[in-house]
Structures are given as structure tokens and as C-alpha cells.
Design a binder for this molecule. Structure first.
Ligand code: AMP
Length: 394
């Protein structure tokens, strides 16, 4: 696959598909600009190489209609500050108005287009919409890892019809890190899988059994496994229809000599809102009328020991309801244990990235992905449609 640094950009109109899907407060202020910062290297590279830079992204879910609430104009302002130069903004992403703004660009200028999802053709992977976008540029760059698992026009149909298409530096980094962990020869390789549901991580677990030496299960998923093993899980989140599958996973892990670790204690309470009366119970003593909302200290100690000799770690899914302080301890302790280890540690995007940030351990990880769904699909062993389209351009 080609990357931006393989191309001659001088004087060319370079379209960079970014992921500027940043959180905004009710007044339209950006509350976290990490997604913008992650693409700066690619944008700066294009500017330094005298390209006419056209940036495009989606923001939120405007469902194919123009909606000022989802305008990218705040991103243009933040980009101007971060790049220390003017970033122009045009309130549309296709059509004559946009074309004439693109025509006026000089080498090194930067123009941000309005939200791609203001047209329903974007999410429908429409050929017509892609054809309109194609009129704007000579070279196509994808640096939006977070949408690479989607067959959307700006990352899929458009790539297919572009004369020259390549990846940006963020895409390169993401793919390199996931390739490093999934094909790691640095063993033991430990996969830490948490989160809400076994169903959401099923394919990921099955794929990782073939790759990992040890699997640690945390979060609410643990209860489906414990219930399958015949234990009382009280009111904890459980997927009754997946208990047989849970047993099959345990069996498959055993057959593959993969060490499979479940938590041994839980912080239990009446409900998520019951942040004052929680108590820690072992896995064999979860009260019928309580729910497990975090892993307990004994599990933290056990998992820390499991992680101690790890050379490669991949982490997807929090250990408990990390959004509530009373139930964030397990996630914090595991984040700390991973951060302190000398292993190559790659953290999935989405909730896990948010959890690591919330517990203040981001800087200790080797890499935190910017894509939740996209990183999960890589862990599931799937190829991403947008990446496949780029690979075909060779
Ligand atoms: P996922 O997107 O599957 O990684 O799930 C993340 C969500 O799982 C977070 O919002 C957590 O609050 C939730 N979660 C983790 N552990 C538990 C638990 N024991 N009970 C209920 N929800 C949980």
C-alpha cells in the first residue's frame, strides 16, 4: 500500500480524508481535540511539500441533511490555531462553490470542507457523490482510521475511482501497531478483553485464541462465562443465549493451551447508581440481589501477575463501569499494570481509549488507537474495506 510520502505533491490538489469527529459541548466548543492533533503530521507534510490541501471529514450523525449543529467550522478554527496558519472553511463539500474555492488555492493553502455526512451519498457509498468529490482533487489521501471499517463514499467508492490514492501517516501508524501485536513474535502475548458484552467481542476472542498466550477477561463479559460455569451472578449483566458459546471458548482456549483468566472477585452493588453501598465479593459469593460493576482487588492482583512477564499486550474493553468513579478502580489498576510493564502495549480506541484517558494512564501505553470499531475489526482478524480499496490501487 502506498503512503503520502511515496508521492510527489508539489502544486497538486491533495484531498485528505480525516476523522475530525470531535466531541462538542452545547455551545459548539470542541472539548477534546485529540483526533485533530493525530492528523497534523499528515497535513503539515502536505503543506511543507507545497500541496494545495483540501481536508474532508464527517462529524456526528446528521443523517444526510445539512444541520448547523454538526458543522465542521469549529474544527477549521482549532486547526488554524494548531497549524499556526489560516485554514479556510467552505460551507459545503461538493458543487461549484467548493470547486471555485479549490481553484483559488495556492501551494501550501489549506481548505476544510463542510461535513461529508450532510449528503446521504456519503454513508450510502454513492458513486454519484464520489464522482462529485473526485472533481476537487488530483491526489487522494486517507488518514481517517476511525472510519476505515465502513463502506462510505469518501473512504471507499472514492478510492476506487481516484487516479492516485494513498494512506496518511496516522493510518500507517495504526496499521503498523496492529500488525506488530497481531503478528508478534515477542511472547508472552496477553490479550485483555473487557467491556459490556461477550457478543460484541466474540469474534475478537475467537481470533485471539489463535494468537495470544494468555487471555484476561474483565468487565460484564465475565458474568456470561461465570454463569456458563454454573456460578450465581446475581443481577449482573449477562447474555443467557451465549453461555454455550462461552463454554466453547473456554474449551477452545484449553485445547490451544491458551491461559484463560476470569476475575476472582467483583465490586457489587444494587445498581450503577448505588455508589455508596458497594461491597467486594468473590466469584462464588455474588449475592442474588446485587450486580457486579467492577473487578475487585484480588482480580487486579491476579491480572497484574498474569501481565508481569508479558512482552506484547493488546487491550480492548474496560474492566468495569469506569464512567462511575466508584467502579473505575479495576480499569485504573489494570491500566497502571499495563503502563508499568515493559511490553509493547496497544489499546483499542473508543471506550477503552476513553477509559485509559479517564484513569490518567494514556501516556504510559505504547499506542492508543483512534478507531473503536476499526481497531476491533482488526482484532477480529478482518480486513477493513477502506484499506482493501487502498491496497488495490497499487
Ligand atoms: P464495550 O464497548 O463493549 O467495550 O463496553 C464498554 C462498556 O462496558 C462501558 O460503558 C462500561 O461501563 C461497560 N461495563 C464494563 N463492565 C461492566 C459491568 N460489570 N457491568 C455493566 N457494564 C459494564
Amino acid at each position: 500500500m502506498k503512503y503520502i510520502n511515496d508521492l510527489d505533491l508539489i502544486g497538486k490538489r491533495v484531498f485528505i480524508r480525516c476523522d475530525f469527529n470531535v466531541p462538542l459541548d452545547e455551545n459548539g466548543n470542541i472539548t477534546d481535540d485529540n483526533r485533530i492533533k493525530q492528523v497534523l503530521t499528515t497535513i503539515e507534510y502536505a503543506i511543507d511539500n507545497k500541496a494545495k490541501v483540501i481536508l474532508a471529514s464527517h462529524l456526528g450523525r446528521p443523517k444526510g441533511k445539512k444541520n448547523p449543529k454538526y458543522s465542521l467550522s469549529p474544527v477549521a478554527k482549532r486547526l488554524s490555531t494548531l497549524l499556526k496558519r489560516d485554514v479556510e472553511f467552505v460551507d459545503d463539500c461538493i458543487g461549484n462553490k467548493v470547486l471555485s474555492r479549490v481553484e483559488a488555492l495556492k501551494n501550501g493553502d489549506v481548505l476544510l470542507l463542510e461535513n461529508l455526512r450532510f449528503y446521504e451519498g456519503e454513508e450510502k457509498n454513492s458513486q454519484e457523490f464520489a464522482q462529485e468529490l473526485k472533481k476537487l482533487f488530483d491526489i487522494y489521501i486517507n488518514d481517517a482510521f476511525g472510519v476505515c471499517h465502513r463502506k462510505h463514499a469518501s473512504v471507499h467508492a472514492l478510492v476506487k475511482i481516484s487516479d492516485i490514492a494513498a494512506g496518511g501517516f496516522l493510518l500507517k501508524r495504526e496499521l503498523e501497531y496492529f500488525d506488530k501485536v497481531l503478528n508478534s513474535t515477542e511472547k508472552p502475548f496477553v490479550a485483555v478483553i473487557g467491556g459490556a458484552k461477550v457478543s460484541g467481542k466474540l469474534e475478537c476472542l475467537i481470533n485471539l485464541i489463535d494468537k495470544a498466550d494468555k487471555i484476561i477477561i474483565g468487565g460484564a463479559q465475565a458474568f456470561t462465562f461465570l454463569k456458563a460455569l454454573g456460578y450465581e451472578v446475581g443481577k449482573s449483566l449477562v447474555e443467557d443465549d451465549l453461555t454455550d458459546t462461552a463454554l466453547e471458548i473456554i474449551e477452545k482456549a484449553k485445547k490451544s493451551s491458551v491461559k484463560f483468566y476470569l476475575p476472582v472477585d467483583f465490586v457489587c452493588a444494587d445498581s450503577i447508581d448505588d455508589t455508596l453501598n458497594y461491597e467486594t465479593k468473590t466469584y462464588q459469593e455474588i449475592p442474588k440481589d446485587k450486580m457486579g460493576l467492577d473487578i475487585g482487588e484480588a482480580s487486579c492482583a491476579l491480572f497484574k501477575e498474569v501481565l508481569q512477564d508479558a512482552k506484547t499486550i493488546v487491550w480492548n474493553g474496560p474492566m468495569g463501569v469506569f464512567e462511575v468513579d466508584a467502579f473505575a478502580n479495576g480499569t485504573k489498576k489494570i491500566a497502571k499494570a499495563i503502563g508499568e510493564s515493559r511490553a509493547l502495549s496497544v489499546v483499542g480506541g473508543g471506550d477503552t481509549a476513553e477509559a485509559v484517558q479517564k484513569v490518567g494512564e494514556s501516556s504510559n501505553m505504547s499506542y492508543i488507537s483512534t478507531g473503536g470499531g476499526a481497531s476491533l475489526e482488526l482484532l477480529e482478524g478482518k480486513s477493513l474495506p477502506a484499506i482493501e480499496a487502498l491496497k488495490e490501487k497499487e
